[in-house]
Ligand binder design. Structure first.
Ligand code: HEM
Length: 409
């Protein structure tokens, strides 16, 4: 579309959408004043995420919820969770045997889910982990089913429509488990470092915090918004490193140079690991474009646009711009060591006031998991033919990333 029509161009997606992949256009979208956009979450998504989900909120309610949510995913809160993420990855790897072959996406799914359950949902006992995994699986299966996707497209909102009924039941199972975790915290008041506990303590300026329903809705939102893109980014790391032995060797050397893989500050500061994660986020951004619906007329790249249509900042185009990323289709993490990119040139987490709440959390988590796996094992990719991209739930990711695991010599 860009090659044919230039930038920006107009598409019919969920309405009329003017798309740009140009850094100046993206700057305009992300820097627009408060009130330029409004949120119009489809009912089908509201059914999953809930009434109080950040994703469906607008105006003051949105600002307030973001303020309550954000600290749980940043700074000190993250540092407290590093040990749990590390232990989860170590435990997962202990189940692998020398020489076995695994589907990297499934393997990363299992690790990523347990990390969410322990760090965000505050699941503490192994027995509870099983219950939660089942409940999450039930929800993601209903969500990913063709029947449900079709009802979303056809906008079938009826409660008695079987795919909707299945989804409601699956959501309620997970919500009930979350409410139990909330009740335990309210009852015993013991100090905990998980994100649920942080969110329960969070207070707005007027002293009010989240209601239980708002906690449940936002935890489910974070699960739905955050799990799959983090898993796909990890899977991409295996897909790219397996095809680029020089990059893999450079990363391996950097990680082997760590004193230990539980020196979390050192892991976060590794420059090549950082560059590899960024390059994975750049090449096939899990969320290829972010949209905003205009509440007021808006000027984008010199075009006067009316209220009521969407504008989209397209990472998939921006990240392929050869002026910013020479030889853009090449996996070349060094580009992130050679120059820095601002928030309008590299946008895997979107930008502006709606930038991803989990941006720091996910990079923090991905780096620890990769450091543990590469420090303790050796992985080779079975099929190194050019990458094939396929649908993975709501998103797109690499197909057939089969890796052979070897114990560290
Ligand atoms: C590699 C992993 C991830 C990627 C690539 C990613 C990407 C994105 C993108 C592109 C957006 C839209 C931002 C915008 O509209 O400008 C978004 C929003 C969001 N993400 Fe993430 N995300 C990731 C992980 C996570 C995690 C782990 C969480 C959970 C804590 C999370 C929670 C959210 C939420 C709640 C929103 C909605 C923010 C709002 O509407 O204000 N994401 N994410």
């Amino acid at each position: 579309m860009r090659a044919r029509y230039g930038d920006p161009f107009t598409m019919h997606t969920v309405g009329l959408t003017v798309v740009t992949g140009n850094p100046d256009g993206i700057r305009q979208i992300f820097s627009a004043p408060f009130g330029t956009y409004h949120v119009d979450l489809p009912r089908s998504l509201r059914r999953v995420l809930g009434q109080h989900s950040l994703n469906g909120l607008d105006g003051e309610a949105r600002r307030r919820t973001r303020k309550l949510l954000a600290p749980g995913f940043h700074g000190d809160s993250l540092r407290n969770l590093a040990g749990v993420i590390h232990a989860t990855a170590v435990e997962a790897l202990s189940g692998w045997t020398d020489g076995e072959v695994r589907d990297a996406r499934q393997a990363m799914h299992a690790i990523g889910l347990d990390v969410i359950l322990k760090t965000m949902f505050g699941v503490e006992q192994a027995a509870r982990l099983g219950e939660f995994r089942q409940a999450v699986l039930g929800l993601t299966q209903s969500l990913g089913s063709m029947a449900y996707l079709l009802s979303t497209v056809l906008r079938i909102d009826r409660d008695d429509w079987p795919p909707n009924r299945r989804l409601d039941a699956a959501r309620e199972r997970l919500a009930a488990l979350l409410r139990e975790n909330i009740a335990v915290r309210r009852a015993d008041g013991a100090p905990r470092v998980d994100i649920l506990s942080r969110l329960m303590e969070a207070r707005a300026e007027d002293g009010a915090g989240f209601s239980d329903d708002a906690l449940v809705d936002n935890l489910i939102t974070n699960l739905v918004a955050g799990h799959e893109p983090s898993v796909l980014t990890l899977t991409w790391a295996f897909a790219w490193l397996g095809r680029h032995p020089q990059a893999a060797a450079r990363l391996q050397e950097e990680i082997d140079g760590l004193g230990s893989d539980d020196d979390f500050a050192a892991i976060q500061a590794l420059p090549y690991l950082d560059a590899v994660v960024k390059e994975c986020l750049r090449l096939y951004p899990a969320v290829p474009e972010v949209m905003r619906m205009l509440s007021v007329p808006f000027e984008l790249c010199g075009y006067a646009l009316p209220a009521g249509i969407n504008v989209a900042a397209c990472a998939a185009l921006l990240h392929m711009d050869p002026a910013l990323y020479p030889d853009p289709e090449r996996f070349y993490p060094e580009r992130f060591l050679e120059r820095t990119f601002n928030g309008f040139e590299f946008i895997p987490f979107g930008g502006g006031e709606r930038i991803c709440v989990g941006n720091q959390y996910s990079v923090f988590e991905i780096k620890i998991i990769l450091a543990v796996l590469l420090r303790r094992g050796r992985f080779s990719l079975l099929d190194t033919r050019p990458v094939r991209v396929t649908r993975c739930g709501f998103l797109m990711g690499p197909a057939d990333v089969l890796v052979r695991y070897r114990e560290k010599p």
